[in-house]
Design a protein. Structure first.
Length: 619
C-alpha cells in the first residue's frame, strides 16, 4: 500500500510539474495551451514513464520515509538527474516524438522548449522531496511527544548518535523514556538544545545530575567509547542506583550508520575489561571484498558468524556459509534475514563437513569462491585431550582438504584462523593448529595463504565467559582453575575486524599476529562479572579454585623464542618471522604417518598419537 501510494502520488506530481512548468515558462498566460496541447499530451507519458522507472530502479520506493536522511535525498536527486538526462536525449537528439507527427490525432506537434526540462526537473524534485519529508516533519515538529511520563533518562553524548537516539524517542507515541537532558564534554554544546532537549553540562556532572533529577536510565551515545571512560560511567551508575545502562552497538561502517532505541545494547563484561580501541580501515577492506565470492567455513561458529556479520555490512558481496552445524546455520540465517534482508539472495547456506572432500569439491566448483576464510575447527582444549583423533581429522586433515581444493579452484586468497595455543603447544588442540599453520605456509603460491593468530575470544562458545554466566545464573560458585592463570582476550567483533584487516595487508605465506594487549587474570574476570550483576564477590557469590584441566597452561605465549615479530601496516597487527620452515613434501609425509597411526589406534589407547604430535612440534 505504501509503494502504491507513492507511485500514484509521484505520477500526479510529475503531471502537475510538467504542466506548471509551461505556466511558469509563459508567465501563467494560459494562451500557450492551444499551441502546445498536442506537445503536452505526447510528451507527458514519456515524462511519467522515464521518471517512474528511474525512481523505481534507484530503490526510492523501498526507502523508509520515517527515517529519511541525506543518503536517501541523494538517491532521489540522482534518479531525477538521470531521468531528465534521458529525456533530453530522447526528445532533442533522437526526436522520438517525430513518429507521431503524421497521425491524425496529433497533427499540431511543436518543438518542446528546452527551459521546460529545467523548470520541470526542479519542480518535480521539490515536490517529491517535500512529499517524502512530510511524515518526518509531522512526527518531529508538529506531533512531538512531550516527556510527561516515563523513566527519567540522561543521554551521554550530544553528537550525531545522541541526535539519532533522541529523534527516535520523539517519534515513539508512547515512549517509556523521559529524557531529562544530555551530557557532553564539548564545551561549545553545553546549554545548547538538541530537538528541544538541553545539554545540561559535562560528563563530570553525571553523579550530580543523577541525584538531582532521580535518573533511572542512562544511554551512552558515544560509539567506540574508550573502556576507561565506559568503566568510570558504569561505576558511577552502579553507585548511584541506576537501573538500566544502555550503550550503542559496535559500528562497522561509520560513514553509513543509523542508531535507534531498539538497537541499543546492555553493557557487557567485555565492554569494560580494558580492551583498546581498534581503528579499522573498513573502506580498504570493502575494496578488497566487494564484488567477490567469499566462502566461510565454520560459518555458524563464534568467529565464523561474526565474519559473516561484518562482511554483510559491505553489501555488494556473495557469501557462501559452510558448516556442519545445521542448528547454528538456521540461527544465523534467521539473524541475516532480520538484519540484512536485502542480502538474503546473495547468501548461500551450505551444510557440509570439511572432512568430506567430495562435498568440498562440489561447493568450490559450483560457487567458485575468490576468497576463503577457514574458521572451521575443534577448539575446546580439554575435550580435544580426550578426543585427539577427531581434533586431527578436523583441524589437520580438514584444513588440508579445504586448502588443496582452494588451490585447485584457483582461489585468490585463503585466510586461516589460528590461535596462540599453536605456540609451543602443550595440548592436542594447539598441536593440530600448529600443523595447520604449517600446511598453509607450505602450500603458499598462486593462492595466497595467510594465517591469523590470536588468543581467547570473550563470549565465544566454550569460552570462560558463558561458563561463568551459567554458574552465576545458578547462584554460584564461579569456578577458576588456578588463582594465577592469565589469558589474552579479545572481543569477538574486535578479533574479526582485525582478521579482515590482516587479510588485506598480509602477504602470501605470512603468519599474522594480533595485538592482544595485556594478559588478564581469569580470577579478575570472575570478580568483575559478579560486580557487573550488582553483587559482591565472595559474599553474594563465591569463587572456587578447582585446579588446572588437562592440557592447560598458566600463561599463553604469542610467539616462540625462535620467532620474532615485525610491524605491519596496522598498529595492532604484527607479522611473525623466523619460524621453522616445513616443505610440502614433509607435510605429505606427516599426513601419511598420522593417517596410519589413526587407522591402527585403539579407542582406549591414544598415547601413540599424542607422542607423535609432540615429536612433530618440538623437532
Amino acid at each position: 500500500m505504501r509503494i502504491a501510494f507513492f507511485l500514484i502520488a509521484d505520477i500526479i506530481i510529475i503531471i502537475f510539474s510538467f504542466f506548471i512548468s509551461f505556466c511558469i515558462r509563459f508567465e501563467f498566460s494560459l494562451s500557450f495551451y492551444n499551441s502546445y496541447r498536442d506537445t503536452i499530451l505526447v510528451n507527458m507519458p514519456l515524462f511519467i514513464i522515464i521518471k517512474i522507472v528511474f525512481l523505481y530502479v534507484s530503490n526510492v520506493y523501498k526507502m523508509s520515509w520515517r527515517y529519511i536522511g541525506v543518503a536517501d535525498i541523494c538517491k532521489i536527486v540522482n534518479a531525477l538527474l538521470l531521468s531528465e538526462s534521458m529525456l533530453i536525449v530522447l526528445i532533442y537528439y533522437l526526436d522520438v516524438t517525430k513518429y507521431l507527427k503524421f497521425t491524425s490525432k496529433f497533427n499540431n506537434l511543436t518543438f518542446l522548449p528546452r527551459s521546460i526540462i529545467v523548470i520541470d526537473g526542479l519542480i518535480t524534485l521539490i515536490l517529491i522531496f517535500f512529499l517524502r519529508i512530510l511524515k518526518r516533519l509531522y512526527i518531529e515538529q508538529l506531533h512531538i511527544v512531550k516527556f510527561k511520563v516515563g523513566f527519567n533518562t540522561i543521554i551521554i553524548g550530544a553528537g550525531n548518535t545522541g541526535e539519532m537516539i533522541i529523534r527516535d524517542i520523539l517519534r515513539q507515541k508512547e515512549s517509556k523514556l523521559k529524557v531529562i537532558g544530555f551530557l557532553d564534554d564539548d564545551k561549545s554544546k553545553i546549554n545548547s538544545y538538541v530537538h528541544g532537549v538541553r545539554v545540561l553540562g559535562s560528563t563530570a556532572m553525571l553523579s550530580q545530575i543523577i541525584n538531582k533529577y532521580s535518573v533511572k536510565h542512562i544511554i551512552i551515545a558515544i560509539p567506540n567509547l574508550p573502556h576507561k571512560l565506559l568503566k568510570e560511567f558504569y561505576n558511577i551508575c552502579r553507585r548511584t542506583g541506576i537501573e538500566t545502562i544502555k550503550i550503542t552497538p559496535k559500528i562497522y561502517d561509520v560513514d553509513n550508520f543509523k542508531i535507534t532505541v531498539n538497537s541499543l545494547e546492555d553493557i557487557k563484561l567485555e565492554d569494560i575489561l580494558g580492551r583498546q580501541i581498534v581503528n579499522i580501515n573498513f573502506k580498504h577492506i570493502a575494496t578488497s571484498l566487494i564484488g567477490k565470492n567469499i566462502l566461510i567455513t565454520g560459518a555458524a561458529g563464534s568467529i565464523g558468524s561474526e565474519i559473516v556479520n561484518q562482511i554483510c555490512s559491505f553489501n555488494d558481496v556473495k557469501i557462501i556459509l559452510f558448516d556442519i552445524d545445521e542448528t547454528g546455520m538456521y540461527n544465523i540465517e534467521m539473524k541475516i534475514k532480520k538484519n540484512y534482508p536485502h542480502l538474503i539472495q546473495q547468501i548461500s547456506f551450505v551444510i557440509g563437513d570439511v572432512k568430506d572432500k567430495k562435498r568440498l569439491e562440489q561447493v568450490f566448483s559450483f560457487y567458485k569462491p575468490h576468497i576463503v576464510f577457514h574458521s572451521a575447527a575443534y577448539k575446546h582444549v580439554p575435550l580435544m585431550e580426550y578426543n585427539p583423533s577427531e581434533a586431527i581429522k578436523v583441524n589437520i586433515f580438514g584444513t588440508h582438504n579445504v586448502a588443496k581444493i582452494a588451490i585447485e579452484s584457483a582461489v585468490d586468497k585463503f585466510i586461516m584462523i589460528s590461535t596462540d595455543k599453536a605456540i609451543n603447544p602443550s595440548n592436542i588442540m594447539g598441536s593440530t593448529k600448529y600443523i595447520a599453520e604449517k600446511i598453509c605456509k607450505s602450500l603458499n603460491g598462486s593462492t595466497k595463504f595467510i594465517s591469523v593468530r590470536f588468543g581467547n575470544v570473550l563470549g565465544s562458545r566454550g569460552s570462560v565467559l558463558p561458563l561463568f554466566l551459567e554458574q552465576l545464573k545458578e547462584g554460584g560458585p564461579l569456578t577458576v582453575t588456578h588463582a594465577e592463570m592469565k589469558r589474552y582476550f579479545m572481543t569477538i567483533p574486535e578479533a574479526v575486524s582485525l582478521v579482515l584487516q590482516a587479510s588485506v595487508i598480509g602477504n602470501g605465506g605470512d603468519v599474522m599476529l594480533l595485538d592482544m594487549g595485556e594478559a588478564i587474570s581469569i580470577l579478575s574476570i570472575a570478580e568483575e562479572l559478579i560486580k557487573l550483576h550488582g553483587l559482591e564477590p565472595y559474599k553474594d557469590i563465591d569463587i572456587k579454585i578447582i585446579g588446572t584441566r588437562p592440557g592447560e597452561k598458566l600463561f599463553e605465549e604469542l610467539f616462540t623464542k625462535s620467532e620474532g615479530i615485525i610491524a605491519s601496516k596496522h598498529e595492532r597487527i604484527f607479522i611473525v618471522r623466523g619460524s621453522v620452515e616445513i616443505s610440502y613434501n614433509e607435510i605429505e609425509k606427516t599426513l601419511k604417518e598420522l593417517h596410519d597411526i589413526l587407522n591402527n589406534m585403539s579407542y582406549t589407547n591414544d598415547d601413540s598419537i599424542k607422542k607423535y604430535l609432540k615429536g612433530i612440534v618440538f623437532n
